[in-house]
Design a protein around this ligand. Structure first.
Ligand SMILES: *Cc1c(COP(=O)(O)O)cnc(C)c1O
Length: 414
């Protein structure tokens, strides 16, 4: 859902003018739409109706407590990758019993905490982790629910930094090594083997790699069945792409229909771990133009947002649409939109035609996923505020950081 529109020449999020948000909360600020978020969840959920499905929203895409809380209220489960994310889910009113714990480096303390909380499943990524999980469970007198994340060796044809299901990736357990490991896990009394998991990457815009991964999983489930290991669920991960520019990802309902068709009548619970596809297009980054700078070879718009606020352009060379909040008349010029950070990779967009002046506001679109969660304090920059609009009301859901807070925990030598 497109939650922004120009009303009387000025850009609004739902029915709130972004100019007002900038006045009330300052810039840079992340602005999310409640309606767009809820619609994205409902679309996913409705496309699963009639099937035993649990949607486990991938917390790392956007972990603001208010976002997690809205999703929890709609019935969502969660996919976490750290003890910090587990704490967020619980603080936001999410259910541990609907939470799966992914990630290659779970510490003993994180495993302990997740067992105490009673998570639905540990998505185990290595033999070492399986042994650690069994040991921690035994020491607590608990039985850990387990799924192995297998590496299906399929090419998702996405940016190499977000491809996770290739043989050379650090993620998952090699296909051939997984069967013996399942048999081992099934024999350990501290573990209860309940599922299988794949997650092949992110921003995938073609359904075929998902189908290829599912084929491998189903092959595997049959092989396990034959050895007497019967699973309760398949976790098909996340990774569905969104439109940033001109990508044409399958619609959520078509992606799901294709997978359900391939699953046929198998009586297994299905878990999904969508992140970006739920939140990516439900948020924007609102920033103010500090300066226009006309360099020798290029023109620059210098904004108060930078790579520390939105890393995706610097990290992946990602493209985000840039909209002027107030439209101006007059000829456009081509600009690179850059921040104040001292790195040449500090850009939000390049080569954009804009009619713009110092002091104007810009909206960097499609910033709802991997925006705030990837932000940092590089250059001792306090991180942005986060705002959720709901109809004609704007709610501040995270304060802008204070500069003093950035070094409040630091000490001088005596
Ligand atoms: C990041 C991640 C996801 C979510 O990926 P999206 O591309 O945002 O849908 C799901 N599962 C795991 C294990 C992940 O690491």
């Amino acid at each position: 859902m497109n939650f922004v529109s120009y009303q009387d020449g000025t850009l609004c999020a739902e029915r709130v003018p972004l100019v007002e948000i900038a006045e009330r909360f300052g810039t840079p600020s992340y602005v999310y739409s409640r309606a767009a978020l809820e619609l994205a969840y409902r679309e996913f959920d409705q496309a699963c109706s009639g099937r035993d499905v649990l949607i486990c929203y991938s917390v790392k895409a956007n972990s603001n407590l208010a976002v997690l809380n809205l999703l929890a209220r709609l019935g969502s489960g969660f996919d976490i990758v750290s003890g910090g994310e587990l704490a967020r889910v619980l603080a936001a009113g999410g259910s541990a019993a609907k939470t799966v714990f992914s990630g290659v480096g779970k510490s003993e303390a994180e495993i302990r905490r997740a067992l105490e909380a009673g998570v639905l499943c540990f998505n185990v990524e290595s033999e070492g982790e399986l042994a650690r999980l069994a040991a921690v469970a035994q020491s607590m007198g608990k039985i850990a629910p387990v799924s192995l994340r297998i590496n299906p060796d399929v090419d998702p044809k996405t940016h190499p930094y977000v491809a996770t299901g290739l043989r050379e990736s650090k993620f998952g357990i090699a296909y051939d090594a997984a069967l013996p490991l399942y048999r081992k896990a099934a024999k350990l009394p501290e573990l209860r083997v309940i599922g299988i998991d794949v997650h092949i990457g992110s921003q995938i815009t073609d359904v075929e790699p998902f189908v290829a991964a599912l084929e491998k999983v189903l092959e595997f489930v049959d092989a396990l069945d034959a050895t007497g290991v019967h699973l309760e669920h398949l976790d098909l991960g996340g990774g569905l792409g969104i439109r940033y520019r001109d990508e044409a990802p399958p619609a959520v309902k078509d992606y799901l229909a294709r997978l359900f068709q391939r699953l046929g009548k198998r009586e297994l619970r299905i878990l999904f771990e969508p992140g970006r596809s739920l939140v990516g297009n439900t948020g924007l980054l609102l920033t103010r133009v500090e300066y226009l700078k006309h360099g020798g070879a290029k023109n620059f718009v210098v904004t108060d947002a930078a790579m520390n606020d939105l890393l995706r352009p610097a990290l992946y060379d990602a493209w985000h649409e840039v909209l002027p909040v107030t439209r101006r008349n007059g000829p456009a010029q081509r600009y690179d939109i850059v921040g104040p950070v001292c790195e040449s990779a500090d850009f939000l967009a390049r080569g954009r035609a804009l009619t713009v002046a110092a002091g104007d506001l810009l909206a960097i679109m499609s910033a709802g996923a991997y925006g705030m969660t990837m932000s940092s304090n590089y250059n001792s920059r306090p991180r942005p505020a986060e705002v959720i609009v709901d109809g004609k009301t704007a709610h501040l859901v995270r304060d802008r950081e204070n500069t003093e807070d950035l070094f409040a925990s630091e000490r001088l030598l005596p």
